[in-house]
Design a protein around this ligand. Structure first.
Ligand SMILES: NC(=O)c1ccc[n+]([C@@H]2O[C@H](COP(=O)([O-])OP(=O)(O)OC[C@H]3O[C@@H](n4cnc5c(N)ncnc54)[C@H](O)[C@@H]3O)[C@@H](O)[C@H]2O)c1
Ligand SMILES: [Fe+2]
Length: 382
């Protein structure tokens, strides 16, 4: 059996990396950019850091900001119409996962118009053509959508989020500049950072994991767990570490999949608009406990990567507990709520559980999880 690895053509990392966009646009012969960004970061001048680079380089662009958090089918379809009117020949996605995912869906539909309904893109869609070229500039340190082959769209009518997996959607260039993330408030830094840690941990224990992704995920766990507290305090080292750590996690999980933390978080995002990172962070330690007996020695490596000492001499029970405790402590230190009491309503639990069990990330979970198992997991957090 062979393993596949799909990554960006080019990626830039480090402070000031956005300056490289001008050269990339020129070298690739792009004429006009369709800038996809979120309305709030547009208003607060985060998007402008990149459009200033375009202005200086004399590159034409149009801005599209009709994009919600947990972006919807409608956000994508309006974007497709705006793109067609714009005369653009490439996309620059500036934002967290929401604008980057919307940009991917727009770019895919422009070059594969038979998927204009958006819903038919769910799962592994048989698109024929690569999407419109995307330069992706993350402004949160979490989703790594700039390097993944996934995007997640919300079906408001059916109250569900669906995951689309397609190698045709990967941005050609990723520009991962910690300065784009420095304006994130503490809560958002914590939540998106815990999303990145969830990617690294779920990617490390997922069924399809292999040597190269193991290497990426362990390094990501190490960098994220030593950087997130600093990033929440807005230290330059913390921001740089999180920018890099979340990207390395993305290089891994995009190629092997995730597990039911993400499935359960998608259900919460669709029903309550719960921020993706918050949902993951609350669920992660509890689902780690559930998965423990299907993970062999892997929690020893996770505990070690999180800085726990003495893991070599620990019993299986001890290192499994140490890994879960380290995750719980990090989540508590950065202010993540302990449970779902303020989010989940009793009458929704069955629907949430069914929705999570049917999610595209569920088959990757190391341990089988039925609707009843997932229901128990939700209930244990109430
Ligand atoms: N494509 C993937 O592989 C992938 C992976 C995980 C999650 N996702 C999806 O990504 C979405 C979540 O993305 P997210 O967590 O990055 O958040 P987001 O894009 O939804 O943004 C959340 C909030 O953060 C604000 N924000 C973003 N950058 C900021 C900055 N630099 N300063 C101040 N405020 C800023 C935005 O205005 C917004 O209000 C979800 O829909 C999730 O399902 C996608
Ligand atoms: Fe995620």
């Amino acid at each position: 059996m062979s393993n596949r690895l799909v990554l960006n053509e080019t990626s830039y990392h480090g402070k000031g990396a956005i300056q490289e966009i001008a050269g990339e646009v020129k070298r690739r012969g792009f004429k006009k950019a369709f800038v996809c960004s979120g309305p709030t970061i547009f208003k607060h001048g985060v998007t402008k850091k990149v459009t200033d680079v375009l202005d200086q380089a004399g590159c034409a662009y149009e801005v599209y900001t009709n994009i919600k958090e947990n972006p919807t089918i409608e956000n994508v379809q309006n974007g497709v119409e705006e793109y067609k009117k714009s005369g653009a020949d490439f996309i620059i996605a500036i934002g967290g996962g929401s604008p980057m995912d919307t940009a991917k869906a727009i770019g895919i539909i422009i070059n594969n118009p038979e998927f204009a309904d958006v819903r038919s893109l769910e799962g592994v869609a048989p698109t024929k053509n690569p999407c419109v070229p995307i330069i992706a500039v993350p402004t949160t340190a979490g989703t790594a959508a700039e390097v993944t082959i996934n995007y997640v769209i919300t079906d408001v009518e059916k109250k569900r989020k669906f995951v689309c997996v397609d190698t045709h959607d990967i941005p050609v260039v990723a520009v991962v500049d910690p300065d784009m993330m420095s304006s994130m408030p503490k809560g958002l830094t914590a939540a998106t950072g815990m999303d990145a840690l969830t990617h690294a941990i779920e990617g490390y224990i997922t069924k399809a994991a292999w040597e190269i992704t193991d290497m990426l995920h362990l390094k990501a766990i190490e960098i994220i767990s030593s950087s997130l507290r600093g990033a929440v305090e807005n230290t330059p080292e913390g921001r740089e570490g999180m920018a890099l750590g979340q990207y390395i996690a993305g290089m891994g999980f995009s190629n092997v999949g995730l597990g039911i933390v993400h499935s359960m978080a998608h259900a919460l995002g669709a029903v309550y608009d719960t921020p993706h990172g918050v949902a993951n962070a609350i669920l992660l330690p509890t689902v780690m406990e559930y998965n423990a007996d299907a993970t062999g020695e892997k929690y020893r490596d996770i505990a070690k990567a999180m800085g726990v000492e003495g893991t070599e001499t620990m019993s299986q029970e001890e290192y499994r507990k140490a890994a879960v405790d380290a995750v719980r402590k990090l989540a508590a230190d950065v202010g993540i709520p302990k449970d779902l009491k303020a989010i989940v309503k009793e009458e929704d639990i069955r629907f949430l559980s069914e929705s999570a069990a049917a999610d595209a990330c569920a088959p990757g979970n190391p341990k089988e999880a039925t609707v009843d198992d997932i229901e128990k997991l939700y209930r244990s957090l109430l």
